[in-house]
Design a binder for this molecule. Structure first.
Ligand code: NAP
Length: 262
């Protein structure tokens, strides 16, 4: 299926590794030009080189910077002639016990995982509507649907974004102009973030990282972790011409881990 993305411009935030990289890779493979961001310039440039090699017909622009800061967002936004597709992503908040968190911890989580995507949506969405095409995908977490106790900062900050998106995705000035806004909720994907979580939990519980991996994998009906590549391909479909009637939704991608009927 041709997703109709050839020549579009996508801004994919936090994309030198993991899920963001998977999204950039899939969009580029469909012919979209991509702007990718991350704080670490070296890994970001290596990813840009790999994307250009895999999809020689597209333009890949790498913008090093912290997307959770006004300066990082401004640099990313001016790197493309226009933004047709926005994939919002940033590092997730740290795990912990809410008893240890100060207002500063909360402000950082809300800034990264709620205010940053809202600012980027605000900067792009009305011009998407004027052009009659726009796709926004926010990478959130399965913790929005089924909270994870030690990820309270994530549960809270991402739920704020989810509530906001539910409202604006349905604004007639966006929805009637072929602009869709959806949230993609990863379950367990085999990325650095997931591996770092196993390492810290293993140390706390006196178990091995392999024990932690195996125990988590057992909880997933698919019997495995997801890959960044399949996550990115799902994201590319949400950005496709074909997905224009799909907006304001929370799409759980978790190998069946969420146990509910709905
Ligand atoms: P990852 O493999 O650690 O990759 C994170 C990427 O984001 C890296 O390229 C990193 O590069 C970049 N990044 C982090 N903070 C940034 C910032 N402030 N500004 C710009 N770039 C930034 O993580 P992941 O697993 O892909 O996770 C992506 C998001 O999905 C996170 O919010 C995570 O909490 C969420 N999530 C992941 C899973 C999972 O199973 N993997 C499940 C649920 C939710 P630099 O460090 O160089 O900036």
């Amino acid at each position: 299926m041709d997703l109709g993305l050839r020549g579009k411009w996508a801004l994919v935030c936090a994309a030198s590794k993991g899920l963001g990289r998977g999204c950039a890779q899939a969009l580029a493979a469909e012919g979209a030009n991509v702007v990718i961001t991350a704080r670490g310039a070296e890994a970001l440039e290596a990813t840009a080189v790999a994307l250009r090699a895999a999809s020689p017909g597209v333009t890949v622009v790498a913008v090093a910077g912290d997307i959770t800061t006004p300066a990082g967002r401004a640099a990313a936004l001016v790197a493309a002639p226009q933004i047709d597709i926005l994939v919002n992503n940033a590092g997730g908040p740290p795990p912990g016990d809410f008893r240890d968190w100060t207002p500063e911890h909360w402000h950082a989580a809300v800034e990264a995982n709620m205010v940053t995507p809202i600012e980027l949506i605000k900067a792009t969405v009305d011009r998407m509507a004027e052009r009659g095409y726009g796709r926004i995908v926010n990478i959130t977490s399965s913790s929005v649907k089924a909270p994870i106790d030690f990820l309270g900062l994530s549960n809270g900050a991402r739920s704020g974004l989810t509530g906001f998106v539910a409202g604006i995705a349905r604004q007639p000035r966006l929805a009637t102009r072929n602009v869709t806004i959806n949230n993609l909720l990863p379950g367990s994907f085999d990325t650095d973030r997931l591996r770092a979580g196993f390492t810290s939990q293993a140390a706390k519980l006196g178990k091995t990282v392999d024990d932690m991996r195996a125990a988590r994998e057992k909880t997933i009906p698919a019997g495995r972790f997801g890959t960044a590549e399949e996550f990115g391909q799902f994201c590319a479909f949400l950005c496709s011409q074909q997905a224009g009637y799909y907006t304001g939704q929370n799409v759980l991608l978790d190998g069946g881990a969420y146990p509910g009927t709905y």
